[in-house]
Design a protein around this ligand. Structure first.
Ligand SMILES: [Zn+2]
Length: 202
């Protein structure tokens, strides 16, 4: 309890209701703009007990790297111990985006008017603005996506008198900083190419 992870208190969190969500959003230095109804819709995408590391409503840009199609909208960005969810603030015909963390291949932060986080998957390039400090959010991404050994305590609150189930995740990826542009690259094989500057990293 009370543990600080890159300056943020008590991460990950169990988000069970709108108040939990609002508190986490505020702890990332942001105002809550959306309605209770919208937040409830967003939270309905979480699995029961899914631990949340980051939750914020952000201006988000997605480039489909295969079709070059570009979209720009406001969405809730939710980073959990297993997925990154991009849930549009305004419910639309366009599907929300759900990315498993092992699909994330690199992450970068930059300051341009506001702090911005960008990351890549094989098919998408995504950038969102954050009111939190970008470099801290990048470190949070590295912690969740990278090779930190993680243990997730799942409170079963079961009717049995057993306490908690501990699930240890496997090693996910190797974290390498590109010597060309200092982007963080997650390597899952022996070698990878930096998606920001094209340099090979190993
Ligand atoms: Zn690079």
């Amino acid at each position: 309890m009370g543990q600080l992870l890159f300056g943020f208190k008590n991460l990950p969190r169990q988000i069970e209701n709108v108040d939990d969500a609002k508190k986490l959003i505020k702890d990332f230095n942001a105002f809550v703009i959306s309605s209770k109804k919208t937040i409830n819709r967003v939270l309905s995408h979480l699995e029961p007990g899914e631990p949340v590391y980051f939750l914020q409503e952000c201006v988000t840009k997605i480039l489909n790297r295969e079709t070059n199609e570009f979209t720009d909208f406001t969405a809730f960005i939710i980073l959990t111990d297993r997925r990154l969810l991009i849930i549009r603030s305004i419910s639309s015909e366009i599907a929300d985006t759900v990315i498993n963390i092992d699909e994330i291949s690199s992450v970068e932060s930059r300051v341009d008017w506001t702090d911005k986080i960008s990351f890549r998957t094989k098919s998408l390039a995504i950038e969102f603005g954050t009111s939190a400090e970008g470099e801290s959010i990048r470190k949070l991404f590295i912690f969740v996506v990278g090779d930190e050994p993680q243990t997730t305590n799942i409170d079963t609150t079961a009717k049995t008198d057993s306490t908690a189930t501990v699930v240890a995740s496997t090693k996910k990826s190797r974290v390498v900083v590109c010597s060309g542009c200092s982007a963080t690259v997650f390597i899952r094989g022996d070698v990878s190419k930096c998606e920001y500057c094209g340099r090979y990293v190993e």
